[in-house]
Design a binder for this molecule. Structure first.
Ligand SMILES: NC(=O)c1ccc[n+]([C@@H]2O[C@H](COP(=O)([O-])OP(=O)(O)OC[C@H]3O[C@@H](n4cnc5c(N)ncnc54)[C@H](O)[C@@H]3O)[C@@H](O)[C@H]2O)c1
Length: 194
């Protein structure tokens, strides 16, 4: 599996997504996608109202472009989902943003693409909630088999909370992370490049 030239999309540009997009954007083409058009407008103007990222760091991310147009996701091959997963008063998780983000990503998926969920979810949510949305929106189907990457049948390659480690910057390398991947090739890739 060669992800070295893959274009990355970060879906959800909040506290988690924006710093990730900026660090990747210093080294490779990245699309920062958010449904909040005001958020996109301020980031395009070089400002982060959450003060998570300094204007200078935003400037240094020369390969990062921003969009609120879901059609722009089609040019990407790796999708990192960093949308919120709030809980209600009864502490039940509201997975609406995750479902909607999965639908946007699903509509952009091509065979062999990789989907990474960084949003906090309960065990099983990726397979039971997210993967069916990806399949429905893409018309592709998910396989845990590595042969999925070579077969002629259309297949997607979503992963569970795997953190893509390609070009991972220093501060991310020092942060312990739990990786899980549905395919052997993807797991090897994540572990091998950390
Ligand atoms: N994996 C990790 O290491 C890690 C660490 C901390 C937090 N988290 C999790 O990451 C997730 C994001 O947290 P945060 O603090 O960055 O959230 P946030 O509220 O700061 O930002 C979320 C962003 O997602 C956008 N968004 C919402 N729905 C969207 C959609 N359908 N498509 C595109 N964009 C959408 C919002 O407009 C917002 O800008 C949470 O689930 C959090 O628990 C993960």
């Amino acid at each position: 599996m060669d992800l070295s030239n893959a274009r990355i999309a970060i879906v959800g540009l909040g506290y988690v997504g924006l710093p990730l997009a900026v660090e990747f954007g210093k080294q490779r083409p990245v699309l920062g996608f958010d449904i909040n058009t005001d958020r996109i407008a301020e980031l395009k103007a070089g400002r982060d109202s959450t003060l998570e990222v300094e204007p200078e760091q935003l400037r240094k991310a020369g390969q990062l472009v921003f969009s609120s147009n879901a059609a722009d996701l089609r040019a990407c091959q790796v999708f990192i989902v960093t949308v919120p997963t709030p809980v209600d008063k009864a502490n039940r998780p509201d997975l609406t943003p995750l479902v909607k983000a999965s639908q946007s990503v699903g509509a952009a998926l091509k065979p062999g693409d990789v989907v990474i969920y960084e949003s906090t979810v309960y065990p099983g949510a990726t397979e039971e909630i997210c993967v069916p949305e990806l399949e429905k929106s893409s018309g592709l189907w998910f396989s845990t088999s590595n042969s999925g990457f070579q077969g002629c049948m259309p297949k997607t390659s979503p992963s569970r909370p795997v953190n893509l480690c390609v070009h991972r910057p220093i501060w991310m390398r020092h942060e312990p992370r739990l990786h899980a991947g549905h395919q052997r090739a993807l797991r090897a890739h994540a572990h091998g490049t950390c």
